[in-house]
Design a protein around this ligand. Structure first.
Ligand code: GLV
Length: 333
C-alpha cells in the first residue's frame, strides 16, 4: 500500500531516499528544526506513515490528528517522546533505531567520565583565557579513573559497551537493573542493589530509558548517598535526574562533579548548572557521529518502508500490534 509519508525534519541520507523510493508522496520538512506543535498536527493529518525524531512530541493530540496513520518511525533508540500506550490503543505501530548508536554513545559516556574527572573542559578554558600560570603541584587536580569503581544504572546494551571499555581501565564494574544483564555478567560486572551502587561507585553512569519509574531516579536522596569524591554521568535522558537537586549537590560538594549530555527540559538547563565549574556539559551529542546518524536514518527508513510494503517492521516497540513476525498484520493496514 505505498502511500503518503511525512518526514518531520531534515535528516541525513539514506532514510529519505529509501522512503522516496517506496512512497507515492513524501512531505518533508527540509528545515533543520522541529515543526511547532500546531505545525506538527497539521503536517501529520492525512499521512500513512511518519518518520519522526526525539524532538517531536507525539502526544495524544498529535496521534488524534494523525487518524489513519499506520506507523511513527522514530529516528532514535529512546521513544519517550511518543505516547506509545495511546498509539497502541489507536493501532498505530511505533518503531525505534536500537543497536546502531550503542558504541558511539558509550564512547561519549567515556568522554564525559574522563573529561569531568580530569577537568578537560575547565583546563581548555584556562588555556584559551591565557590563565595557565605554568605547571604547579597543586594546579587543577582531579580524580582518578583507572582502578576505580564504575556503577552502571540500567543493564542494557549501552551499559555493557561502557563496561567493556572499563575493563581497559582496570575498573571494578557494578550494575543495577530490573533484569539481569547477561553481557554485563559475562564481563565480570556485579549486579547490586541501587543503594550499594550509589554508596560505593566512584562514577555513577545512567543508562535507563525514561519512564514513570525512572523519572527523577537520581533525586536529592539518591545524590546524598553518593560519595563526595564521586561523579554522576548522564547520557540517557535528562529527566532521570532531578536537575535542581543536582545543582545543589554540585554546589555544596556533596558529589565531586557531573558529566551531562542530556537535560530535564532541553534545550534549557537548570538555573545554576552552567555556573558549576565541576561539570562537563554537552548538548545531547550521544549519537552525533556521521556514520551513526546515517545508520539511524537507514533503520528508521527501513522500518517505515516495511510497513508501507505490508511487512512487519524489524524494530517494533509495540509488538502486541503485530505479534507474529511470520504473518501479515492481523488487522489489515
Ligand atoms: C538519542 O538520544 C536517542 O535516543 O537515539
Amino acid at each position: 500500500m505505498p502511500g503518503r509519508v511525512l518526514i518531520t525534519r531534515a535528516i541525513p541520507e539514506p532514510g529519505p531516499s529509501l522512503v522516496r523510493g517506496a512512497a507515492d508522496r513524501v512531505d518533508a520538512n527540509t528545515e533543520d528544526r522541529s515543526l511547532t506543535a500546531d505545525g506538527l498536527k497539521l503536517a501529520v493529518a492525512g499521512q500513512d506513515a511518519v518518520l519522526c525524531l526525539l524532538t517531536d512530541q507525539i502526544d495524544a493530540s498529535v496521534l488524534e490528528a494523525a487518524e489513519g496513520c499506520k506507523i511513527f518511525a522514530n529516528m532514535a533508540v529512546g521513544y519517550n517522546n511518543i505516547d506509545v500506550a495511546e498509539a497502541t490503543r489507536r493501532g498505530i505501530l511505533v518503531t525505534n533505531t536500537p543497536g546502531v548508536l550503542t558504541e558511539c554513545t558509550a564512547d561519549l559516556t567515556w568522554a564525559l567520565i574522563l573529561g569531568v574527572a580530569r577537568r578537560v573542559a575547565e583546563g581548555d578554558v584556562e588555556m584559551r583565557a591565557g590563565r595557565f600560570p605554568g605547571w604547579g603541584p597543586l594546579y587543577m587536580l582531579g580524580g582518578d579513573v583507572a582502578g576505580t569503581t564504575l556503577g552502571l544504572i540500567g543493564p542494557g546494551r549501552i551499559a555493557a559497551a561502557v563496561a567493556r571499555r572499563a575493563t581497559g581501565f582496570g575498573m571494578t564494574v557494578l550494575y543495577h537493573g530490573r533484569r539481569p544483564g547477561a553481557e554485563l555478567d559475562g564481563l565480570g560486572a556485579r549486579s547490586v542493589p541501587l543503594d550499594e551502587l550509589l554508596k560505593t561507585s566512584d562514577f555513577v553512569s545512567l543508562h535507563v530509558p525514561l519512564s514513570a519509574e525512572t523519572r527523577h531516579l537520581i533525586d536529592a536522596q539518591a545524590l546524598s548517598q553518593m560519595k563526595p569524591t564521586s561523579y554522576l554521568i548522564n547520557t540517557s535522558r535528562g529527566p532521570v535526574v532531578d536537575e535542581a537537586a543536582l545543582v545543589v549537590a554540585l554546589r555544596t560538594g556533596q558529589i565531586a562533579g557531573a558529566g551531562l549530555d542530556v537535560y530535564e527540559d532541553e534545550p534549557k538547563m537548570a538555573t545554576g548548572l552552567a555556573d558549576c565549574p565541576n561539570t562537563v556539559l554537552l548538548p545531547h551529542l550521544g549519537s552525533a557521529t556521521i556514520a551513526t546518524r546515517a545508520a539511524m536514518s537507514r533503520i528508521a527508513g527501513e522500518n517505515l518502508v516495511a510497513v508501507l510494503q505490508g511487512r512487519r517492521p524489524p524494530n517494533l516497540v509495540n509488538p502486541e500490534l503485530w505479534p507474529d513476525s511470520s504473518r501479515a498484520r492481523p488487522h489489515s493496514l
